[in-house]
Design a binder for this molecule. Structure first.
Ligand code: B12
Length: 228
């Protein structure tokens, strides 16, 4: 890594740990001017700071209020980078021929940083992503999946108490006769491969990079099955 890039990534990390939103925005501006890859800046710089903040929160070094403030800055940064890189998605009828993925954090859960990162990675890999945001009930997820005629439904559950919503979605899709229309993927910190199998989801992945691989693999498998 060139020293300029390393230096700006380091400043990005610090802007999150020091909770300085003005600095964070200035760094994005500067990086864009220097033609530094903004997604790399997000992953190598800002996300490293975010991870540090989370670790500090976990060991009781910072309060919920501080965590919340840093999370808000991280969200602002993510939104700004997605906006500049054209990764912000507006749900609407589209006809691009791309694989279409619907993402949502389930009802009762406001954690959306991980899901937004998954959305960005999928978009970067050429998927078309419709992001419904957080606290989305299963009925709304199923309705949007029909409306946008998606290929994949991915749900995020970060609270242990919201895991049950992923199971509820599988059951609801079966109940309305839509289960076979979609590939379902589940993710979030408490989610495991075992959980995915138990509830009958098609795929699980523990990170955004892995989500892209898994989505490609599942689409490929579905295509093969339909031609057999
Ligand atoms: C940031 C944070 C918050 C922020 C959320 C900001 C936001 N907009 O998201 C705020 C401060 C608002 C918050 C609130 C709360 N939080 Co909180 N929060 C966290 C924290 C520190 C980090 C979560 C995070 O963003 N991780 C980073 C992302 C990148 O990781 P990730 O979410 O796992 O996502 C990755 C993968 O899981 C995967 N993935 C994620 N989604 C999907 C989806 C698909 C389809 C796929 C394939 C993959 C995938 O890819 C992602 C990228 O690699 C965690 C603790 C920790 N260290 O993890 C606690 C934590 C999750 N929170 C917790 C709690 C309890 C709460 C509150 C209930 C606190 C309270 N009493 O009010 C509230 C929740 C209210 C609610 N109704 O949801 C607990 C959950 C305990 C549990 N097991 O249920 C944790 C674990 C803290 C703790 N140690 O107790 N929180």
């Amino acid at each position: 890594m060139s020293s300029d890039r390393a230096e700006i990534f380091e400043r990005a990390r610090l802007s999150i740990t020091e909770e300085d939103d003005d600095k964070a925005m200035e760094i994005i501006e500067e990086a864009a001017g220097d033609e530094i890859d903004l997604m790399e800046l997000l992953m190598e710089g800002f996300s490293a700071g975010n991870q540090e903040v989370m670790d500090r929160f976990d060991i009781g070094e910072i309060s919920v209020a501080e965590l919340l403030y840093a999370s808000d800055i991280m969200k602002e940064v993510t939104d700004e980078i997605f906006r500049r890189t054209g990764l912000n998605d507006t749900p609407g009828p589209v006809a691009t021929g791309k694989v279409r993925v619907l993402l949502a954090t389930v009802a009762g859960d406001i954690h959306d940083i991980g899901k937004s990162i998954v959305a960005a990675f999928l978009r970067n890999a050429g998927f078309e992503v419709i992001d419904l945001g957080c606290e989305v009930p299963v009925e709304a997820i199923a309705a949007a999946a029909r409306e946008f005629n998606v290929d994949i439904i991915g749900t995020s559950a970060i609270l242990t108490s919201s895991l049950k919503e992923q199971k509820k979605l599988e059951q609801y899709l079966r109940k309305i006769g839509d289960r076979d229309k979609y590939i379902t993927m589940v993710g979030g910190a408490p989610v495991t491969e075992r959980w995915a199998e138990k509830i009958g989801a098609d795929g699980y992945s523990e990170s955004a990079q892995d989500a892209v691989k898994k989505a490609l693999e599942l689409i490929q498998r579905k295509k093969q099955n339909s031609t057999e």
